[in-house]
Design a binder for this molecule. Structure first.
Ligand SMILES: Nc1ncnc2c1ncn2[C@@H]1O[C@H](COP(=O)(O)OP(=O)(O)OP(=O)(O)O)[C@@H](O)[C@H]1O
Ligand SMILES: [Mg+2]
Length: 534
């Protein structure tokens, strides 16, 4: 019926909790607990990803049937499904938090599709588990819409990510104190089915390590290598070393993509870091509007801004350090772990340079170009310039015949970028500095042999447009879709998803989705500030 078989390797091969059901508890010596989703009152499919469905071999006809909504609300299990919550710990905001685990995520099973790909299906918001602690195991519609949309938007942007298959309304209300200010209120509930080859997180390894259970740690590491890194060869420490190195490299590539597209994860705790280097846990994330490396959308982190945009590469390194510590019982010395961390640095730097070359339209990134990008970023920050609009427009900059001062006087370059500024006074104040920068940039492009309208310029523009998206999931766009869905109309979610399917293409008639943040959204909840309460 669904066109796939289940092959539940994790629960088959890894030790599980002897107790089943959702009683809250510490679970020692086991990596997962069997627990069923709690049925909901009135499942209703609000949106789905056609790409993910077809990848799994699920037909559109099946998606439209009531059975689909029931299964992906957790009301019905298909043959072969073995629901479980996984047991993990984590460092939250720099501190070891002990056992956390899937408190509201319940995996249904591992699918192997017709192409032989393995995809784990996981419901987020499916009800209480042994790891729910004091919370309810549910998720609200607004946060589920955000997770659903961003998972797919990131995929289409080329950023490694967990995917989303479906968004199902539960027909039940969930009480949340959105700003932790003593005003709890009921909100509609929803469940996302997310999909990934593996949901293993750094925290899955940290927890057995923190309890001194090296045998369990080793069992999990061996399993992860076997299932999720089958291409790695060798044995023993050499194999573990290669594996850790790949985790580091994948993490570096992921964060470099975040920096390229202006994504701020918002809560990079080690329990939210995937060993496959997939973006996971779309909670209080946000997108950069005006370029500001110090910005974080997460209101819980507003004071220290640990997870601000410009800090993400360092935080990922710190997180990998925690993972290295957890894995250290598998190693005699520290060299292999240190080499892995160094591989993170090297991979990130190489990816960052690649970003510079592609975003600026250079054939390659020379040492001086790193400074050129840094100077530009300072200007973008000082001038309060929209990151997405600016880089997109940069492809149309004409280096030949560019005269300094034209930026200020309103000809040439200026016209291209005028729309990217949020503040007129700042635009005027930074105009001379932008002029200087464009003069250097124009010279640099001419050195690269860019012609005005010939094939070299076309090639450069196409390359830039493939690195600098026209459409990103701006915070206010997601909020508008949420507002509509909260009134009972999910069409806004579907339309936004459709726009985000082709983020690098100009889509005539959809200019509004590329518009910079409107004034009303500057300080509105959900648009520039996101609560962890989800
Ligand atoms: N409503 C909830 N009910 C039960 N547990 C929750 C709830 N919200 C969060 N948790 C748990 O709190 C911990 C940290 O939460 P965090 O916000 O990082 O994750 P999350 O958004 O629930 O999910 P994930 O990381 O699976 O995407 C996790 O163990 C998570 O399962
Ligand atoms: Mg989480």
């Amino acid at each position: 019926m669904l066109g796939f078989d289940f092959d539940n390797a994790f629960v088959r091969e890894m030790p599980g909790d002897p107790e089943t059901g959702p009683r809250v508890r510490q679970v020692e010596g086991a990596l997962w607990s069997a627990v069923d989703p709690t049925p909901v009152a009135a499942p209703r499919l609000l949106a789905h990803s056609a790409e993910m469905a077809s990848r799994l071999g699920i037909s559109e006809e099946h998606i439209a049937s009531p059975g689909f909504a029931r299964v992906f609300a957790g009301n019905e299990l298909l043959p072969g499904m073995q629901p479980f919550a996984s047991n993990y710990g984590g460092h939250q905001f720099g501190h070891w938090a002990g056992q956390l685990g899937d408190g509201r995520a319940i995996s249904l099973g591992e699918v192997v599709n017709a192409a032989g790909e393995r995809w784990e299906l996981q419901l987020k918001g499916a009800g209480p588990t042994p790891y729910s602690r004091t919370a309810d195991g549910r998720a609200v519609l607004r946060s589920s819409i955000r997770e659903f949309l961003c998972s797919e938007a990131m995929h289409h942007l080329g950023v490694p990510t967990t995917r989303a298959l479906s968004l199902v309304g539960t027909g039940e209300m969930v009480v949340r104190d959105m700003f932790y200010d003593g005003h709890p209120a009921p909100e509609p509930g929803a469940i996302v089915c997310r999909v990934a080859p593996s949901f293993l997180r750094f925290g899955n390894f940290e927890l057995p390590a923190s309890r001194g259970n090296t045998a369990l740690l080793r069992q999990l590491a061996d399993f992860c290598i076997r299932r999720d890194f089958p291409h790695l060869g060798g044995a023993g420490e050499a194999l573990y070393g290669q594996w850790f190195r790949e985790i580091c490299e994948h993490t570096a590539v992921m964060v470099a993509h975040w920096m390229r597209v202006g994504f701020v994860h918002g809560v990079m705790n080690t329990d939210n870091m995937s060993v496959l280097g997939l973006t996971i846990d779309y909670g209080p994330y946000g997108w950069i509007d005006n370029f500001d490396p110090d910005w974080t959308p997460n209101t819980t982190d507003a004071q220290r801004k640990r997870y601000r945009f410009g800090q993400q590469a360092s935080v990922a390194y710190w997180n990998l350090g925690r993972l290295a510590g957890a894995l250290s019982p598998l190693f005699d010395g520290v060299e292999a772990l240190q080499a892995g961390l160094q591989a993170y640095v090297d991979t990130f730097n190489a990816a960052d340079r690649d970003n510079i070359a592609r975003k600026l339209g250079l054939a390659e990134c020379r040492d001086d170009d790193v400074g050129l990008m840094q100077a530009l970023q300072t200007l973008l920050r000082d001038g309060e310039v929209d990151m997405t609009l600016f880089f997109r427009a940069l492809a149309d900059f004409k280096p030949i015949g560019f005269e300094p001062a034209s930026f200020e006087s309103g000809t040439s370059a200026h016209g291209l970028f005028a729309d990217a500024f949020y503040d007129d006074a700042k635009r005027i104040a930074t105009a001379p500095a932008f002029d200087d920068w464009f003069a250097i940039y124009a010279r640099r492009l001419r050195e690269d042999g860019s012609d005005e309208n010939g094939p070299a310029a076309t090639h450069r523009r196409n390359r830039m447009r493939a690195a600098n998206p026209r459409y990103v999931l701006r915070n206010y766009l997601a909020q508008q879709a949420i507002d509509r869905a909260s009134q009972g109309d999910p069409e806004g979610v579907k339309e936004l998803l459709d726009v985000m399917r082709r983020p690098y293409d100009d889509q005539p008639g959809r200019e509004a989705f590329a518009a910079k943040r409107p004034d009303w959204a500057r300080s509105r909840a959900g648009c520039s500030m996101l609560s962890c309460s989800s």
